[in-house]
Ligand binder design. Sequence first.
Ligand SMILES: [Fe+2]
Length: 427
Amino acid sequence: MLWNFLLPAGLAVQKNNFRRLLRTVEALSDLGPSLTAERDFPQTARAMISAMLQAGGAREAVLFGFSDKPSLLTSIAAEGFALMPEPAVIPLLPKHVHALVSARGPIILNSSSSENFLSSNGNVAPELFKCIAPLRVGNKLVGLVALGRREGDALYDSEELDALDLLCNYVAVAMQNHVLAQTLAQRVSENLRLLASLHGFYDTALEAFAAAIDIKHVDIHGHSLRVGRYAAAIGEAMGMEPGDVAALRSAGYLHDIGKVAVDKRLFGKPGSLDPEEFREMADHTVVGHQIVSGVQFPWPRIPEIVRSHHERGDGSGYPDGLLMNDVPIPVRIVALADTFDAMTSPRPYREPLSVGSTLSEIVRLSPQKFDPNAVQGLLLQVRRDAVGSNRTPFVEDRISLNIAPADVDHLAATLQHKITHGRLYLA
Ligand SMILES: [Fe+2]
């Protein structure tokens, strides 16, 4: 632009600085939503790499995660390098870790300084890196960004380093979140595996596990246990085999296992979640799936129930937006049991709904969102409660059962009418 030429040299530099910072902030706002999502960390890592290439004006970049004992940098994503092993691994000595933790911001490397920060004992030569930025959260090293050459082999100057430094704060937090979620998920998965080998998944052991999931927040206390009981009872009312009913009970116990990796603060939040918080909460399905996928269950459907229990028949659910036909029946049953318990339980932002209102709402949303056969199973169990024929009540005492058998019959007839679109089938 013409006025570029009119600016004194110092101001022109400032303007470039400003532009670069602006681009960095833009990159950050693009990254924002993905930084906290656990859904696809490799994808997030690639987005972070692009942002860092931009911020540093670099052609080559690699993102490393750091693990302790032994101290090791392992690459997560890389771009631009012609020869970069996958993964690239660099063992670190205590002096390297100390130097990286103590560094103030990004560091320009040359052939003599690189050995202060990185060892040459890995499968990648530190000489490839011209600039490194340690990723720290507090005083803890969580990873490292390493940049290679720039366009025309230009040197990195303070503008790029400032922009990179700014970005690294966010990338470090994202890395830390990822590592925490991974470790937690791994630990839970190991415990489950141990449980499998010790007890062969007896109901009582799984009940204990369910209680441990629910303890995270008092308002959902007992939720997993109830969902297990409701799902089993619905399956039983639908005429399922005892083995399938037992599988439904276990799947209900474990359906929210991914919530162990969700920030506890979100459970107690009065009012609705903002989009990012919602995404974090929604990720419990994917994290849960990761946790149970590594465990040998006597019932093969558990992982898919954990992943898909928030899917809805009209494709409005998550994480995959599946349609009813793509959702297996056991998943539909657990989804219904989960919804029934959520609606009849108090939340920080609302009172519990009565059984009558809950069932009316569920029937209103069926068959679009819920499987009508499963809903008929639910109505049947509530009706048995209403006439007093259930030996163990389906609905716990804590909710007053304010519905008469005739009301349940009316709902069942309404649902049937909706499914057949008012057509009458006569023999
Ligand atoms: Fe859930």
